[in-house]
Design a protein around this ligand. Structure first.
Ligand SMILES: [Fe+2]
Ligand SMILES: [Fe+2]
Length: 295
């Protein structure tokens, strides 16, 4: 890799606040820290100049026949409008800038995916509209927590696909920054959620907790729907990434080995960021519980 690309890559994976002071969750300093994390680890790559590697016929067939491209493109489209809409409601200039950047990165993911689809001649289902959510906070919470679930599994599946040679090395390298970006997004999100809850007046906290529970219920419902091939809003879609994705890219991996890989990758991808930031906990905890049950 060229020097400046290597530097940008290192900068997106490693970040610490220079001040050694403690950062209590919910404090003003905490807010500044997770915003600066996102802003300063931004990798300024341009999707238009990505040089998609030429694939051998068998690799090309494996990539084009993966049943994930429709859902991936649509997920980025929805994420972008949801984050952008929520950003519009935020007064704090630094938080707003970080959220706008998050929305820009989602929009860029969509461009990267469209370029990939174009480069390899993948046919997509017609795209739906992406209307702004009626409740901006709901849209933001849905995107944030769904990324916490999906990124965790994407980390492991991506590593499995790399390991098994399912994806050629060049393609893995090209796509790698997108996966790390989702890691930054969930780190930013869980810190925002912890900060937001703590700065609410006490009497609003139960309502917020209830909303978060409703979001999780919705997401579980949505994933059951996707696994059955139907979207939460009723449109048929390609199949669940984690389920069909894992059998497609990681044939020899047992569920136990896949979960262990997800946990290890999650750890590795978060390791470069300031230790005072909170880490995504819910999904790794559930994964460790699942591991105990699988034993
Ligand atoms: Fe994304
Ligand atoms: Fe994201």
């Amino acid at each position: 890799m060229v020097d400046h690309i290597l530097q940008a890559d290192h900068a997106m994976r490693n970040w610490a606040d220079p001040s050694p002071d403690p950062v209590p969750p919910g404090s003003e300093r905490h807010l500044r820290m997770f915003c600066e994390l996102l802003l300063q680890t931004h990798n300024p790559y341009k999707p238009a100049v990505i040089d998609w590697p030429e694939l051998a016929p068998d690799a090309l067939h494996r990539v084009t026949s993966l049943p994930i491209w429709d859902i991936a493109v649509q997920t980025e489209g929805r994420a972008s409008i949801r984050v952008r809409t929520f950003a519009g409601t935020v007064q704090d200039p630094l938080l707003r800038r970080a959220l706008d950047m998050d929305a820009d990165e989602e929009a860029r993911h969509k461009v990267v995916l469209s370029k990939l689809v174009e480069a390899y001649g993948i046919t997509l289902a017609p795209e739906p509209d992406y209307p702004p959510p009626d409740d901006p906070e709901w849209g933001w919470l849905v995107t944030g927590y769904s990324e916490c679930i999906d990124s965790f599994f994407a980390f492991g599946l991506f590593a499995a696909a790399k390991r098994s040679g399912f994806f050629p090395v060049e393609l893995v390298e090209t796509f790698e920054p997108v996966i790390q970006e989702e890691g930054r997004h969930i780190l930013f999100f869980v810190n925002w959620a912890a900060w937001y809850r703590r700065q609410l007046p006490w009497w609003r906290r139960p309502l917020f907790a209830l909303k978060v529970m409703r979001v999780w219920t919705f997401l579980i419902w949505e994933r059951i729907g996707i696994a059955r091939g139907i979207d939460a809003d009723g449109t048929a879609n390609d199949a669940n990434f984690t389920m069909t994705g894992s059998s497609a890219v990681a044939e020899p991996l047992e569920p136990k080995a896949l979960i262990e890989l997800c946990l290890a990758e999650n750890e590795r991808r978060m390791a470069g960021y300031d230790e005072r930031l909170l880490r995504p906990e819910t999904v790794p905890r559930l994964a460790r519980l699942a591991l105990r049950l699988l034993r």
